[in-house]
Ligand binder design. Sequence first.
Ligand code: BMA
Length: 909
Amino acid sequence: MYWFIPLLLLLLLNKPFIGEAGKIKTVSLIDNHEQERESLVQSLEGIWNVTNDNHSINIFCNVPGGIYSDLMDAGIIGDIYKNFNDLELRWIPRENWNYFTNFSVSKEILEKKAVFLVFNGIDTFATITLNGKEVGYTENMFRRYRYSVKDFLRIGNNNISVYIHSPIEVSIKEYEIETKRHDGIPVLPICLPDKYNGECHVNHIRKQQASFSWDWGPSFPSSGIWKLPVLETYDVVMIGDIEVHITRQSENKRWDVKLIAHLESFPNNTISGSLISKLSHYKNKTSFIVNETNIENYKIPNSGRIAITQNLIVPDDFVDLWWPNGYGQQILYDLNVSFNSSEHVSKSIKVGFRTIQLVEDAIENHEGATFYFKINDLPMFMKGSNWIPSNILPEATTSEAGEKRIRKLLTDANIANMNMLRVWGGGIYESDFFYSVADELGILIWQDFMFASSMYPASESFLSNVEEEIVQQVTRLQYHPSIALWAGNNENEGNLKHNQFGTADHYDLFKDDYIKLYADVIKTNIEKIDKTRPFVLSSPGNGKLSDEQGYIAEDPGSSKYGDVHDYPFWNNGWLPSSFPIPRFISEYGLQSLPNYQTLEEATDNPSTDLQYGSDFMEKRQHHPDNYGSLDFQLSTQFSDEKIDFKNYIFRSQIIQAVSMKVGTEKFRQFQNTIREDSAGLTMGALYWQLNDVWQAPSWSGIDFAGRWKMLHYYAKNFFAPILISGNVIDDLLTVFITSEVRNTIEASMSIIIHNYQLFKDINTISKNVSITPQNSSIYYQNEVKTLLGDNDLSDTIIILKLNIESQQHNLENFVLTGDLKKVTNVPHTTCTVTKKDGPDFQLRLKTDSYTPFVWLQTNITTGRFSDNGIIMTTKEKDVYFYGDNPDISIEAFQASIRVSSLRNTTQLI
Ligand code: BMA
């Protein structure tokens, strides 16, 4: 701990450290839109100082940034993700933190008519002072704050202080105030479950809800200037958000692009100039569509803003469609908007042409309604997962390293054949970078508003704060083609209906609050701003029916309407019957542990901490059931022999991967089928959860270090555009083929019954099949005993193969019919690297007996295998490794490879 060194230096120098903010340069004003505003925008990015109230800490810090990063960089605290630091660093959010710096302002800047100090994001409660005078107070990390400061500034040296109040102290105060306003009835729950090791009252403040802890995350309630602060200076206007509403006019063979340019200025400024928008063809750069609006002597109203609307008519032959991942290309067009007057300002964004509908139709002769997305008039099954923040520290989501992490995670989702992610309501509205990458990769976004698993206040001040947040966020994000739907909150309709937090005694009061927040404020504003997208009040909910039933449906979790969340914690996750048959499932999941290497990175004492039942592992587990349901799941499949910790991790990942496979296959199988009891027509499966914020047991498929768990490998297969899958229920073997391809595909299908005790195929059924486009149906059904001969079902596994000649494509899947507790042979499995192609390698696996869950690992390079968690019923199999380091030799790679499997775990790393 060398934290005292800067302090010592400070004392020696006897003057405060003042970091100098960045010089005038081109900066991005709202996230990453480059603007041609060389001389008009001054960034306040750079090295600042931060100190606590008693000045025991006074260090250099980064702006944008945040207090945990600053304290780590200064060496005052260690890596927050290590050891028990989440518990030991609870003093940090209890302090107030003063961020301050000096910066110089030129004559040229002060000669401008308007000078605004703009904070694109402060986390959260800050008093802002310029040259000793208070300019404002912030209270919402999701809002952009803009202050007119010309009168506060002087030519030459200026100082600024952003004094950030303890979010914990503020939340306690807000809790007390709101309770009084609420007839003395606390807005429930008062606290998170004890097991979360978190802080109370986060529902009272507009800050990342998971920052006070969650069941998969630590409590790190940050403070900081998490997005770029700037001085914006101009005589006329600057360009703020650009809304782009694209609608298809099929009868006229054209698209209408309604563009709303939000120009920011100041009250009573009289402006003249022309707004020019230019939509360039994505291939033929000489072809574009232009629109121009001239304004003369327009007096800016008191809001200080003006919105100019233009309509661009885009003929069909100009347009190539934007498609979700797996359905076509993600064509994006440059749209440049400029305002030309005595000053020239311009801004570019990328837009895509696609239509989107959420279809909620009555179903003939059945109860309920459909709930599915149509993109470009094509009904699509949504395949994907839930996105939690890429880092628990908000500043780490916008840094260069943070953007790299986001790109990697979204690319991993794309590789796993996902076409939708739900940005879950307890995190943050992600950066423009995030949505731009989603646009590029064809990942549709189900966008929650940031309200999760709690009741919320509905006082006037809370609602007006939220209203500004909603309007700003929707206006900022609305142009992205990836955004598919807005959703008001996570799970609160069900929480209220089912008295999750003890609201029943005051149901009407809480219901009233609920309607005020999600219907009167959020829904009303969304419908005003964005008519091109569907909105649901809550996820899960009943869609339209929830609205019709007064916003709280009779059964918010109904599988016949809208979406559901469903977790098979205490049911055997490998049985299809443990999963529901909903119209759309936006959360389902089981926990597993992160890879051992990832956990190792979280402790200085691996030998004591990395043990089942260690204090460390207990503290990292925030599930209120502790390891109960995970242990239950393990007991359903594996014998209770004593296993070491690495094996426990391995088994937890097998449990999770197979159960998500079983569930997801079932959801996809039901896409065209409706049963007599009206269950079916499932058109979306987003499992919980894609990513992690620390090294701990969680529902994620990718761990905090970015390493794929077995689940992510399985997701790539169970989300494949063509899927062959099957099940054995009541002795009936059923084989399904699910295709999202738009044409009929000829293939040959094989169903192989393999006796694993004998390591021998005992029956093979082969059949040529024509696969119906965009459909899921049964291609084979038979009583399984007729296929077994003398063999016992519990000694078998069924392998399904699909050979698609036109695509030179072989698909393979398995149905676990046997009893793994009976698999006792210890296989001998080898892996030989046979070929190198740049950073990629080909590997040949060989084994001598039935080898379930072959798990390949390497520790010398990051990358991924083409397949993992492999079931080997043959003696040989080829796999590939896609690496990112071309310098690794075949020999070094070969030496690094470790092969494990269910019954042979000595090589686990
Ligand atoms: C759902 C989510 C999260 C949670 C997950 C696992 O309710 O919305 O709140 O992390 O379950 O428990």
